[in-house]
Design a protein around this ligand. Structure first.
Ligand code: NAD
Length: 495
């Protein structure tokens, strides 16, 4: 295998009728699968591309290309693989604005939100480049006289990444660079709702000098996923998406002998004690709950207002929620962009109706931009929500925040811990002892103290608990190195 020659067809093309192509074995090729889906810009509703629904034959081609490439790629020294990752990092920096524009257009994040998400993605690439250190094994001399033991880490083979709509650049970058630098080849199945940024990533990976077939892109929906989950040529699956899909992916891929990590949905609690600094706490809650239109797995969704602080907190939140500017993602004045699709907007609106019908008080409702066909939801703040209500239990994934009043920190932690999810939780307080007790007792993997979106940097693991994660080894951090490698223990004696 020639590893120094980049593939020579790095430009993503669209086949007829604006249908995107797959990137397989270093070439852009049309999918054979079953038709194509529209990709609208959520800010306008206008169709910007069509994504093919790849099927089993497309998956077969991609996995075969990845298997062929693996044989040569795993022999490339990790130091050299890491250089390719650094080249990719520089290309991503060079194309930063293009990536941001793509995320704004196909996902509906505001420009600032998109910039932040691409930056977080690049941090994961930078972490991947440290593989000559993180992939190191262990050695013990003289386990018995004259016998030494060496622990090696080796790649698994072909790894599949299946990604959600809400981070079109960042989440593929949590996966592909780490899988590749560990010596695996990779097949990305991006969300069919945001396929365009993935085509830019495929182009940049090829330009960075990863050999043909080491990175493949298969567009599509459940049919492509299901073919990947059972394909005998796939060794591991990294999945991020909703809880029902995560359970399906975890169970199916594991039943077919694959290593799996499946990051799932969330319902994150923000506890506010009466002593919290509201000047800083209110903006942090707004950003957590309404940033990215609530379409974040770390979004705060339930505020547990510890009395007697509830009235003051709700008054300030309500005043701010009513004034949140809702509008097109590329408008600099927008704070809350659209949600991803019209059917998702309909689902969010049903949750809002259910909350009102169930007796929650609408403490504030924002307004909608006029005359737009975009998928907008006016932000809603509910007060006096009961912990057992569905809007306090289920992931809404929209600009809706529920306030539950509780008498004490102990009760707040108990309510949060009854959730079947355990992705993130945060406390706002000036009291170190309360913060410490919260961090110790809360049953969530990512915990904030006066931080509304406690996202770990890429050199730490992204650690959902309970129903927010299926698997053993988490994405990013050293867990990711463990996930993308298998250990081999060599026992040697020289006569
Ligand atoms: P989704 O489950 O609808 O889709 C995720 C991926 O699975 C997509 O690539 C999609 O094509 C595929 N898919 C969808 N339905 C499928 C099916 N029935 N069978 C096989 N494959 C299927 O998720 P989404 O709506 O794109 O993403 C939002 C969800 O992702 C939210 O629940 C959010 O909390 C979660 N999420 C979690 C994390 C985390 O770290 N825990 C991070 C980001 C997003």
């Amino acid at each position: 295998m020639t590893v120094n020659t980049p593939v020579d067809s790095p430009t993503p093309r669209m086949a007829s009728e604006n249908v995107l192509e797959n990137f397989v074995g270093g070439e852009w090729i049309p999918a054979e699968g079953d038709g194509a889906l529209d990709v609208p810009d959520p800010s306008t509703g206008r169709v910007i591309a069509r994504v093919p629904r790849s099927g089993a034959s497309d998956v077969e081609r991609a996995v075969s290309a990845a298997r062929r490439a693996f044989a040569g790629w795993r022999e490339v020294p990790v130091v050299e693989r890491s250089r390719r990752v650094l080249a990719l990092r520089n290309l991503l920096e060079g194309q930063f604005d293009e990536l941001v524009r793509s995320v704004v257009r196909e996902n509906g994040k505001t420009v600032d939100e998109a910039r932040g998400s691409v930056r977080r993605g690049i941090e994961a690439v930078e972490f991947a480049a440290s593989a000559p250190t993180t992939m190191q094994g262990a050695f013990l001399e003289d386990v018995t006289p004259g016998v030494d033991t060496t622990l090696l880490r080796q790649p698994l083979g072909v790894v599949v990444g299946i990604t959600p709509f809400n981070f079109p650049v960042m989440i593929p970058l949590w996966m592909a660079p780490l899988a590749l630098v560990c010596g695996n080849s990779f097949v990305l199945k991006p969300s069919e709702r945001v396929p365009l940024s993935a085509t830019i990533l495929a182009r940049l990976v090829a330009e960075a000098g990863f050999p043909a077939g080491t990175f493949n892109l298969v567009h599509g929906d459940a049919a492509a996923v299901d073919a990947l989950l059972v394909h005998p040529g796939v060794d591991a699956v990294s999945f991020v998406g909703s809880a029902p899909t995560a359970r399906h992916v975890y169970a199916t891929a594991a039943a077919h002998g694959k290593r799996v990590q499946a990051l799932a949905g969330a319902k994150n609690h923000l506890i506010v004690l009466p002593d919290a600094d509201l000047e800083r706490t209110v903006p942090a809650i707004l950003s957590s709950a309404f940033g990215q239109s609530g379409e974040r797995c770390l979004a705060g969704s339930v505020v547990l207002a510890v009395e007697p602080g509830g009235d003051a907190l709700v008054a300030r939140l309500a005043e701010a929620v009513g004034r949140l500017p809702v509008g097109p993602a590329d408008d600099g004045a927008t704070s809350v962009g659209p949600v991803i699709r019209a059917d998702h907007r309909a689902r969010v609106l049903r949750w809002i109706e259910e909350g009102s019908a169930g007796g929650a008080v609408v403490a504030a409702r924002g307004s909608l931009p006029r005359g737009s066909d975009g998928f907008y939801v006016a932000p809603v703040l509910f007060d006096r929500v009961k912990p057992e209500m569905a809007i306090a239990q289920e992931e809404i994934f929209g600009p809706v925040l529920a306030v539950v009043r509780v008498p004490s920190l102990g009760e707040a932690i108990a309510v949060a811990n009854r959730s079947r999810f355990g992705n993130a939780a945060a406390i706002f307080t000036r009291d170190g002892k309360s913060a410490r007790e919260f961090a110790h007792r809360i049953e969530a993997g990512m915990v904030g103290v006066n931080v509304g979106v406690p996202a770990p940097a890429a050199y730490f693991p992204f650690v959902g608990w309970k129903g927010s994660f299926y698997g053993d080894l988490h994405a990013t951090g050293r867990d990711a190195i463990d996930f993308y490698t298998r250990k081999k223990v060599v026992t040697s004696r020289w006569f």
